[in-house]
Ligand binder design. Structure first.
Ligand code: Z5A
Length: 218
């Protein structure tokens, strides 16, 4: 089904958010396939990362480097440095040519991880957000939510080596989850909360239902 939204030159920006292991990467494909089947150009990307330099910053952020801890401020600034590059090189040009950008995490993750998890004042995060984004916000955010313990079991079952964030304790991830839920509650127009603890087929069905009603209202 083709649609004139594919040629209007007004791209839309969709983000997937949630704690580790909730299924963001798995479900990104559902969103992209939904949009592609409607004839729009889709840019699939992620944060931190998305660009060559952004991916290099991602490595700095994820590498545990036992000999030297990363300060909370350095972490925050690296995340926004990667984001500035991402916006400049990929996201803004894509939106300007009418593509739909589907991004695995964006600034809600900063408010959740650096704000909720690390305890950085959200006003400081908001200052950097304003500087780097200049008003640009996602049009739709799918927040995949589930209890931390169950999400951690999924990560454990996957069996990969743990990165610097994945080495954090349960209370860190609980604070991250609570911060995400507060943001969703404060902006119900933009957020849709998906129960990510459900079997994958149910999660994907819920995402498609949200996308269908959102698409109809665009
Ligand atoms: N970070 C930050 O601190 N501040 C910021 O501003 C940003 C990021 C942007 C890297 O991100 C880290 O960056 C992140 C926060 C920080 N660290 N943490 N934690 P990331 O997005 O790459 O990291 P991640 O959340 O750890 O990704 P992940 O572990 O790959 O999680 P996921 O993408 O949500 O899950 P998944 O890989 O799709 O699924 C996990 C497993 O569960 C997998 O085996 C699936 O097959 C399985 N799965 C998925 N859904 C289901 C259902 N419904 N049932 C059963 N099994 C399922």
């Amino acid at each position: 089904m083709l649609d004139d939204r594919s040629t209007t030159g007004h791209g839309r920006f969709i983000t997937l958010e949630g704690g580790e292991g909730v299924g963001k990467s798995t479900n990104l494909s559902v969103v992209c396939e939904f949009l592609e089947s409607r004839g729009v150009e889709v840019l699939r990307t992620r944060e931190p990362g998305g660009t060559l330099r952004g991916e290099a910053i991602r490595q700095l952020l994820l590498d545990p480097v036992e000999q030297e801890p990363l300060s909370d401020d350095a972490e925050l600034l690296l995340i926004f440095a990667a984001r500035a590059q991402h916006l400049e090189q990929l996201i803004r040009p894509a939106l300007a040519r009418g593509a739909w950008v589907v991004c695995d995490r964006f600034t809600d993750a900063t408010f959740a991880y650096q704000g909720g998890g690390r305890g950085i004042d959200s006003a400081r995060i908001a200052t950097l957000e304003a500087l780097v984004q200049r008003g640009l916000q996602p049009d739709l955010t799918l927040l995949l939510d589930m209890p931390v313990s169950a999400a951690q079991r999924r990560v454990n079952d996957r069996g990969n080596e743990r990165d610097r964030f994945e080495q954090e304790r349960v209370d860190f991830f609980t604070a991250v989850r609570e911060a995400y839920l507060r943001r969703a509650e404060a902006d119900p127009e933009r957020f849709a909360i998906i129960d990510a603890a459900q079997p994958l087929a149910n999660v994907q069905q819920h995402i498609q239902t949200v996308l269908q009603s959102w698409w109809a209202s665009c």
